[in-house]
Design a protein around this ligand. Sequence first.
Ligand SMILES: Nc1nc2c(c(=O)[nH]1)N[C@H]1C(S)=C(S)[C@@H](COP(=O)(O)O)O[C@H]1N2
Ligand SMILES: [Mo]
Length: 247
Amino acid sequence: MKRRLFLASSIAAALAGCSPIGTALNDNAGFHHALGLEGSLDAALMENLPGLAREYSIADISKNFPVDSLPTPTSVTYDRLLAHDFQSYTLAVVGAVERPLSLSLAQLQRMPQQTQITRHDCVEGWSAIGAWTGVPLRRILQFARPHRDARYAIFRCMDRDDQGTPYYESLDMAQAYQAQTLLALRLNGEAIRPDHGAPVRLRVPTQLGYKSAKWVREIQIVGSFAHLYGGKGGYWEDQGYEWYAGI
Ligand SMILES: Nc1nc2c(c(=O)[nH]1)N[C@H]1C(S)=C(S)[C@@H](COP(=O)(O)O)O[C@H]1N2
Ligand SMILES: [Mo]
């Protein structure tokens, strides 16, 4: 018992400042192993590691969830997807993976769904609580099997700013495997509206709002994002925001 407590506190201290790692350990034995912690933690201990975003109750859900982003895509491609209820949408999972994937919306809907009532915090100063339902990102990664040297997941979106620059974001593998990181298909019990990122958006409740990429079309697993766009790992990061957006 004493040894356990010692382990818990020293590991908590070691992980301070990078809290999502704790829950990633809970959920992915491969990742756990990759960190070299195999054998030094047991399941009961891991449950006490930090890193979960607070979950709220149904009564806390915001009546109006703001829309605050680049405009909803107006491309021919997006219009066509929308016109057919996203039946021809596919989410590509590519890059440094054993098994590249192309998942239809129907396939995503058939996977086990998780619902979380969490708060979204935008750096512009507003917050809103919503019930998000979808597929935990770690499930998709478990299918795709990232290579051992994989370090980041890049999320490529369908919207562009008025210069034509596409929105994109990135998470490191610990954030990507965190238990609450979700590919959301539904908000408050209904299919996500186009202006909230339909058909699939990322929800990262442990990070500021700009990490929660809307209109995701592709997940690319990489070792580095230095060669992508502005090289800072995200649309807003390329304009000076911090890459690490933990809250
Ligand atoms: N593709 C895309 N995703 C995005 C953005 C964007 O402009 N484009 N804005 C981000 C920011 S800063 C916030 S606060 C949230 C807003 O999500 P909402 O409009 O559904 O409230 O989306 C995030 N994801
Ligand atoms: Mo935001």
